[in-house]
Design a protein around this ligand. Structure first.
Ligand code: HEM
Length: 232
């Protein structure tokens, strides 16, 4: 193995005092911090969406509250946009760097980490989630790909939208990609923050898996409830 001058390449993380090592660590921290913001958004959004099970008045009032508080709405939108751009940039540059390193045989092509299906699919699930969010915004926020969108009537928009099996199934497939991305992403975030050593390791792995399972189940429950006729 040809090692970098004064740095050590372990899996996808560079540890050491070379500028490449420093840049990699800074990028990992940026990815973890922006990922944490997006993770918190997904949890908050799910809690808001679950209001749908309390009936049209509850979810419509919740959406109305957000829209009538522009500072909160636009503050959240700007924070999200920055987080998406930083997360995407860090992921793209890390991917390009690792491809270049493999081509130049800068690091050994052998894998030193036990790559799981989830970790290996991050570069596929990430862009899939991005494509889903674009479709989702056109469907339930802008409404231009929704058959009968009515501004402000969130309950109705969701129920009519998911009454089409293809749309409901697209959402559920996207939640599978989100789950695959989160289960590794949340664990990776803990590792980057240095929380994954010793006896915390199995607990944090369990926490990442449980949080992901709850998020996926909560999100999938909405299109499923519409298809089953429980929400109408
Ligand atoms: C089945 C699951 C989901 C449902 C039912 C749902 C529902 C909705 C609805 C109704 C809106 C429009 C709210 C309004 O205009 O007042 C919305 C907006 C949005 N959703 Fe979702 N959502 C789901 C999952 C997700 C996921 C997993 C993500 C991210 C990965 C996401 C990201 C967004 C974003 C970024 C917005 C725009 C927020 C804004 O107005 O700035 N959603 N969602």
């Amino acid at each position: 193995m040809i090692a970098p001058a004064a740095g050590l390449q372990v899996g996808r993380t560079s540890i050491g005092c070379t500028s490449i090592g420093r840049t990699s660590i800074a990028r990992k921290l940026l990815m973890a911090a922006s990922g944490a913001v997006l993770f918190l958004f997904v949890i908050g959004h799910l809690l808001g969406n679950l209001q749908i099970f309390r009936g049209p008045a509850a979810i419509d009032a919740y959406a109305h509250f957000l829209k009538s508080t522009p500072a909160l709405l636009w503050g959240a939108r700007l924070t999200l946009l920055c987080a998406v751009l930083l997360h995407g940039w860090a992921a793209l540059t890390t991917t390009l760097q690792s491809w270049r390193a493999r081509r130049e045989r800068y690091a050994s092509p052998r894998r030193y980490n036990v790559a799981t299906l989830f970790s290996r699919s991050m570069r596929v699930t990430g862009p899939l989630i991005f494509a889903y969010v674009v479709y989702h915004l056109l469907h339930l926020t802008v409404g231009c790909v929704h058959p009968e969108f009515v501004e402000g009537q969130v309950y109705r928009n969701v129920v009519v939208g998911f009454s089409r099996p293809l749309a409901a199934m697209t959402y559920m497939a996207a939640m599978a990609a989100l789950g695959m991305h989160l289960v590794h992403g949340v664990w990776s975030m803990f590792q980057t923050l240095g929380l994954s050593s010793g006896r915390w390791r199995p607990r944090l792995r369990l926490l990442a898996a449980t949080a992901t399972a709850l998020i996926v189940a909560g999100n999938v429950s909405i299109p499923l409830a519409v298809l089953a006729g429980w929400l109408r």
